[in-house]
Design a protein around this ligand. Sequence first.
Ligand SMILES: [Zn+2]
Ligand SMILES: [Zn+2]
Length: 376
Amino acid sequence: MDPYDRLQCFWGDLHCHVREVRRDRFSSGKLGADGPSTLDEAYAWGRENSRLDFVAVTDHDTHLTDAEWTDTVSAARRNSLPGRFLAFLGYEWSHVPDGPSAGYGHRNVIYRGFEGPLLRCNQPNSDTAPKLWCELRKRVPLTDAVVIPHHPARAAGSVWWNIDAHDPDLERLVEVYSLWGSSEKPGPPFEIHYLEQHSPTGRGEAPGHFVQDALARGRRFGLVAGSESHDGRPGNPLFHGPHRCGAAVCYRGGIQAVYAPELDRDAVFDAFRARRCYGATGVKIALEFTVNGHLMGAEIDAVKERTVQVRVHGTDTLAEIAVVRDNRDVFAVAPDANTAEVEWRDVRPGAPSDWYYVRVTQRDGNMAWSSPVWVG
Ligand SMILES: [Zn+2]
Ligand SMILES: [Zn+2]
């Protein structure tokens, strides 16, 4: 039986900002002021314009006053329409480097329910990533929070991802793509370096801090994408506000899919934690991927024979579907059609532990990345 048959695919954005529309000193132009400036309007944009099923507004921790956090909590509650739209409560823990060395990077904290503390990166009990996790574990049940590092390989501002600091029970996902570009691996397409070349302060990519680097170190993350909209438009930013550098415009924002039995808060949050998710560059590329019949995000026992199955329905002609094993592209097809089904048997002798994921590239340049399946 196809394990995806019992699941539905829902689309969302767990990374967008609203209050920067008004506040960020870089978005002083008229375009920035045009964006929705209230949480209600932002959720409505995600629901009605971007046609998303779930959204979390993740304003920066240190920008939020206690009163604004209280508003964020009530807006998430108010904008959740059971069975129709889920508003998740969250914020961005945006650690600032101390001195010349990088800090811990930026991580979005998303809660299952409508209660959860705002833990700021400038408070003594949560000013490092390990302290953040420790505090989260104290304050909320472990299964009710997920922490998502983002723009892992972005060097500008020294905000790359500190891979050394990792909590496998909380950091279930990583944002492989946003309007900053792709942090899957160095270079094009969607290289972060390209954007930073156009920035007066840019330093391009941060070598050793890509998602593939973390996977190679045994980290087991699901791959998702977010818009990182700073103009209050989840899923489909029109203006990239603080990130517009001179004439250079950032890439289109990303979105993520999740496989859950229904559009129910617990079902969807469970799917985040199970890594039953994937990321895309802002278009809804349908992607199913199994290894020996196991869904994306799964960890399965060591087995020598692996059958990889992929089903894709693109929004444009599919230029390439690549199967990646242990960070190497080991199998690829060029379907030259919008829809493709691929089956590939990996017959090489099994290594003690391998991971597989799928990368889809359309002719129009849009892409999707599945979460991995780990074998062994
Ligand atoms: Zn950030
Ligand atoms: Zn952000």
